[in-house]
Design a protein. Structure first.
Length: 116
């Protein structure tokens, strides 16, 4: 599976941005799609995922502000400066997991910068 994330950019605090992830290859094997982010000097962290049955999971820090859709778009509203990071989409055959190292394929990342 090959993934390509897009849609990042510069936005003011309180604004919105939508990220997309295009998947190609053996997409029929995918049972979970997710978004992670990595801020400068920090570890890559889970943001949101959609998995079997259309179920979703969103990390607490973005709950109510970020939404993940079935086509892998990540809609980000009410953005805060602390949301600034490189955002990565990922896919997993074995279903949902929050363990970074357990995801099978990763996109190249797209930078989101939120100014205060």
């Amino acid at each position: 599976v090959q993934l390509q994330a897009s849609g990042g950019g510069l936005v003011q605090a309180g604004g919105s941005l939508g990220l997309s992830c295009a998947a190609s290859g053996s997409i029929g094997s995918i049972n979970a799609l997710g978004w992670y982010r990595q801020a400068p000097g920090k570890r890559r962290e889970f943001v949101a995922a959609i998995f079997t049955g259309g179920r979703t999971n969103v990390t607490d820090s973005v709950k109510g502000r970020f939404t993940i859709s079935r086509d892998m778009d990540l809609q980000m509203n009410s953005l805060k400066p602390e949301d600034t990071a490189v955002y990565y989409c990922a896919s997993r055959v074995l279903g949902y997991s929050r363990i970074v190292g357990s995801w099978d394929s990763w996109g190249q990342g797209t930078l989101v910068t939120v100014s205060s």
